[in-house]
Design a protein around this ligand. Structure first.
Ligand code: HEM
Ligand code: HEM
Length: 180
């Protein structure tokens, strides 16, 4: 007999922290791309300061959001969403660590190192190519017409976490019941 466990995940989209963290992540990505790709200019130099300041501000709320996000979803069985989530996590951690090293070098060393700059750029590209599908898959699933559910199961869905156990969530039905 399978056991069922409730996931503490309902209403994630309504969480204000999600909007703050997503906004800051988007800002860091766009401002980073501007620093990297736009020609050298005074506004772009100012952008480096703003980018670094926002990056420092971003650390604590991001760590809190991400820890919570991972605790909620860590037992989900492997899917495209979970896999792209882990790729995004690795990329964002690499961006944060390399960003902190670059900030340290900019403040206390004579120059920033090519290697850490490259890590920061590769992490940025990795983040873009993993976060976009991570969220896009959810958006596409949410737009799909809902499949008919057995009577009594409305609002509750279950997802297999392992061969011996399953988990139920009261929110994202499509995520939990359809294969990737
Ligand atoms: C998701 C988070 C982040 C993304 C996507 C991102 C992306 C980028 C990109 C693409 C660049 C341009 C690199 C270049 O022109 O060579 C850059 C520059 C920089 N970033 Fe970030 N960054 C992030 C977080 C951070 C954090 C947390 C910090 C530090 C607190 C930081 C500090 C810096 C600094 C100091 C530079 C200037 C390096 C230079 O002068 O070339 N970044 N960032
Ligand atoms: C930088 C890393 C990540 C970012 C920016 C991110 C972002 C998001 C966002 C915006 C959503 C939709 C809203 C929500 O449910 O919170 C989401 C959903 C989801 N994430 Fe992540 N995530 C990341 C990492 C992860 C990791 C590491 C996992 C694996 C445990 C994961 C698993 C999931 C799952 C399963 C959903 C679907 C929830 C549903 O069905 O509604 N994510 N993620």
């Amino acid at each position: 007999m399978k056991s069922f466990q409730k996931l503490p995940a309902p209403g994630e989209w309504k969480d204000k922290l999600l909007y703050w963290v997503s906004g800051l992540l988007l800002f860091e990505t766009l401002s980073g791309l501007a620093i990297w790709l736009l020609p050298f200019s005074v506004p772009n130099q100012v952008m480096v300061f703003v980018h670094t300041g926002a990056g420092l501000l971003f650390l604590a709320p991001f760590a809190w959001y991400q820890l919570r996000h991972w605790v909620i979803y860590r037992r989900m069985s492997l899917s495209q969403v979970v896999l792209t989530g882990y790729f995004a996590l690795v990329a964002v951690l690499a961006a944060i660590v390399s960003g902190l090293v670059l900030t340290y070098q900019a403040l206390f060393a004579s120059r920033i190192s090519y290697g850490w700059d490259l890590v920061h750029i590769i992490a940025t590209v990795g983040l873009i190519v993993s976060v976009l599908p991570h969220v896009a898959i959810l958006v596409i699933r949410a737009r799909r017409p809902r499949l008919a559910q057995p009577a009594g199961s409305a609002g509750t869905s279950c997802v297999s976490r392992s061969s011996s156990s399953s988990a139920c969530a009261s929110a994202p039905t499509s995520m939990a019941t359809t294969p990737p």
